[in-house]
Design a protein around this ligand. Structure first.
Ligand SMILES: NC(=O)c1ccc[n+]([C@@H]2O[C@H](COP(=O)([O-])OP(=O)(O)OC[C@H]3O[C@@H](n4cnc5c(N)ncnc54)[C@H](O)[C@@H]3O)[C@@H](O)[C@H]2O)c1
Length: 291
């Protein structure tokens, strides 16, 4: 039990990686408040959790993370029911405004930033306020995205918002470090959840579509993010602060994948070994694998 009697809030915990994380935290001995806008999925998640025997350790509160009054109530829910707060996973999110920059609607841009950036800001603000009063440190974990570190991993407004989450995380970690409140972000790659399934694709279709498109053979799962959140929530990560941890099966490590995309006269070096001596005038060395 790595989170015995710790008190956690998970926003966006009614679905996807938030639900996986809430369940993982409960399995590790934590008390958990699940805060989500979708109370139908919230009820389903609560039923599943009760069936697993954790009913006494969990509460659901309908929350719009972009509304400060809701965030205050969410924090009070943890304090009133479980006696305080040690961990918050600011994870709720949506795809937001999608389209070319010259056509984006301002109100849709605002909605994207309200949920993805203001929601995280408010979570950090009110969680850190309580954590500072308690004086026993804390762990704040924000869900960013690989879309926040490059231009080609998501819609434009989503990329901008997730970049903001990464730097909000870093700046907050500096301010809160003296109180031993650590602030880190997780940058998921492509994780199979309701969000990435879109409106009318089955999980199987998305998984099949992903096969072979990223270096790791399997697609990412909510449980992969839950495991990373658990690490960031425990003392195992005591000195990890202000980090944005990429969890993407080496998708961003692959980078632009020039060899593959531009059909350069080198392969990914997986079928032979070569010592390239450049333009030194000395010949290259080629050998078969395992020679
Ligand atoms: N799935 C991916 O591939 C992926 C990749 C990178 C980042 N992310 C991010 O991970 C987070 C979780 O996404 P997911 O894939 O689990 O999606 P999901 O749709 O399965 O779950 C997101 C949850 O957030 C809730 N939510 C949305 N707006 C809310 C609001 N205003 N207030 C409260 N709750 C709200 C939804 O109701 C839902 O339950 C999001 O921040 C998303 O941007 C996802």
């Amino acid at each position: 039990m790595r989170l015995q009697k710790k008190i956690a809030i998970v926003t966006g915990g009614a679905n996807g990686m938030g639900r996986s994380t809430a369940i993982r935290f409960l399995q590790e001995g934590a008390y958990v408040v699940i805060a989500d806008y979708n109370d139908t999925n919230g009820a389903d998640t609560m039923r599943e959790i009760e069936e697993q025997g954790f009913g006494d350790s969990v509460r659901f509160i309908k929350t719009d993370v972009s509304k400060e009054a809701d965030i205050k109530k969410m924090i009070e829910c943890a304090a009133d029911n479980f006696g305080g707060l040690d961990i918050i996973f600011n994870n709720a999110g949506v795809g937001g405004a999608v389209g070319p920059v010259w056509d984006l609607q301002v109100d849709e841009w605002d909605y994207t930033f309200d949920v993805l950036v203001k929601g995280v800001f408010l979570g950090v603000k009110h969680a850190s306020r309580l954590m500072r009063q308690q004086g026993r440190g804390g762990a704040i974990i924000n869900t960013a995205s690989i879309a926040g570190i490059s231009g080609g991993c998501g819609p434009l407004s989503y990329s901008a918002a997730k970049a903001a989450v990464i730097n909000l995380t870093k700046a907050a970690s500096v301010q809160l470090a003296p109180d031993r409140i650590r602030v880190n972000a997780i940058c998921p790659g492509f994780i199979l959840t309701g969000l990435t399934q879109g409106m009318n694709q089955s999980a199987e279709d998305v998984a099949a579509n992903l096969a072979g498109k990223q270096p790791y053979p399997d697609h990412g799962r909510g449980e992969d993010i839950a495991g990373t959140a658990l690490f960031l929530a425990t003392e195992d990560s005591r000195f990890v602060n202000g980090e944005a941890i990429v969890v993407d099966g080496a998708l961003t490590a692959l980078g632009p994948d020039l060899w593959q995309r531009w059909d350069l006269p080198y392969e990914r070096d997986m079928d032979k070994s070569v010592l390239n001596r450049g333009t030194t005038g000395e010949g290259h060395v080629r050998r078969k694998l395992n020679d």
